[in-house]
Design a protein around this ligand. Structure first.
Ligand code: C2E
Ligand code: CA
Ligand code: CA
Ligand code: CA
Length: 278
């Protein structure tokens, strides 16, 4: 029994060493990627459910590794958040996304808004508003065309401070939306204090529509809440015509999901913007 215990210990410690090694290697790879800015920005259209117009594009980061493979955000965003590297990473994404959207604006291909994901680490930084407003003003993009997507968990840390910061951005014309709504633990009383203009219904509530009775109730309740507070709604993860129909029937304003388009490269987005007809 003694030997067995020792064996177990060695097994665990070996496993832990491997995990630690993996983290260290990830950390240096990500740091290099940030230094060399080897990230692509993909764009996913946001569509007005009624008019079928393209109202916005959400920027979603993709990491191209040294072998040319694409790495998805779920594999590195949480790690980048933990280590604080997300601040630099998001600056790169914002800069690239803004430059691209300005090009489309100048070519008259797209005049809608740009949605940017904001890590909660950013919101907590003292120079947060300044660095965002500097980025936007140097891009020459009208602030009214910028929407920052913030998750509930990001807002709930030091809510009073976050509210003050977001209010200052709102004064510049920038719009704020709550991402992944319903998945966090936010107290509803904060919703009315936040300077937000839109609620994004998390795709986990959409995937089983229109069959799942609980999801039907939840989505209807979110839309009712938003509408009574004068907020716009956007449903994420809409993949089928029935889901689009459900959103239309229940008064959800905007749609984002594979039904219209997956996140696309710059080239594919350009083609989509030129060819999309209502
Ligand atoms: P998110 O902000 O909730 O973005 C929506 C995610 O849902 C995207 O995953 C998108 O590809 C996916 N999606 C969109 N429509 C559909 C659909 O119809 N069906 C399904 N199954 N999925 C759909 P993605 O691009 O892998 O990004 C994952 C998450 O990583 C994002 O979730 C966001 O939280 C984070 N993220 C992505 N890019 C950035 C970034 O530049 N900065 C920061 N801070 N976070 C980012
Ligand atoms: Ca988002
Ligand atoms: Ca989301
Ligand atoms: Ca999400």
């Amino acid at each position: 029994a003694k030997d067995e215990g020792k064996g177990n210990y060695q097994f665990y410690s070996q496993e832990m060493t491997q995990k630690a090694m993996k983290r260290i290697s990830m950390q240096s790879k990500l740091r290099n990627a940030i230094k060399n800015e080897v990230f692509d920005v993909y764009f996913q259209p946001q569509i007005n459910a009624q008019t079928k117009e393209i109202i916005g594009l959400e920027a979603l980061v993709r990491w191209i590794d040294e072998n040319g493979n694409m790495i998805y955000p779920d594999e590195f965003i949480p790690f980048a958040e933990e280590t604080g590297m997300i601040v630099e990473l998001d600056r790169i994404v914002m800069k690239k996304a803004l430059a691209q959207v300005m090009q489309w604006r100048n070519e008259n291909i797209f005049t809608g808004s740009l949605s940017l994901n904001l890590a909660m680490k950013q919101l907590q930084k003292d120079d947060f508003e300044l660095s965002i407003s500097n980025l936007i003003s140097s891009s020459k993009c009208p602030p009214e065309k910028i929407e920052l997507e913030i998750t509930e968990s990001g807002l709930m840390q030091k809510p009073e401070e976050s509210i003050a910061k977001l209010n200052r951005l709102k004064e510049l014309g920038i719009k704020i939306s709550i991402d992944d709504f319903g998945t966090g633990y936010s107290s509803l009383s904060y919703i009315k204090k936040l300077p937000i203009s839109k609620i994004k219904i998390d795709k986990s509530f959409v995937v089983e529509l229109p069959d799942n009775k609980d999801d039907i109730s939840i989505v209807k309740a979110i839309i009712a809440l938003a509408s009574s507070l004068g907020l716009k709604t956007l449903a994420e993860g809409v993949e089928t015509a029935q889901q689009l129909e459900f959103m239309l029937e229940n008064g959800c304003h905007n749609i984002q999901g594979y039904y219209f388009a997956k996140p696309m490269s710059i080239e594919d987005t350009t083609r989509f913007l030129k060819n999309f007809h209502k």
